[in-house]
Design a protein around this ligand. Sequence first.
Ligand SMILES: [Zn+2]
Length: 109
Amino acid sequence: MQVAKFKIKKNDQVMVISGREKGKTGRVIRVIPENAKILIEKLNIVKRHTKASQKVKQGGIVEKEAPIDISNVMLICERCKGPVRVGKKVLEDGKAVRYCKKCGDTLEK
Ligand SMILES: [Zn+2]
């Protein structure tokens, strides 16, 4: 099994720090490690036109989250109430956790 090399995980609260959605926050709904991108709930929405097919009887516009570069988002620390730099440390029981470099709090739920 490959060790996750990204500091962002599914269900994390993140803030977008550059691009069209700069300054907005949301929950990570999917991580795509192959191209270092994530999907954030209700952010970076694109509209796609779909044609009627056998599956979908009516064509129309579907709104969908488009991937955002992991490098364009920062994890939010609940205690600091803002985006923070993330470090990694290993606890006494051997478990690796992410922590906030600002307040030292663990960022795992
Ligand atoms: Zn913090």
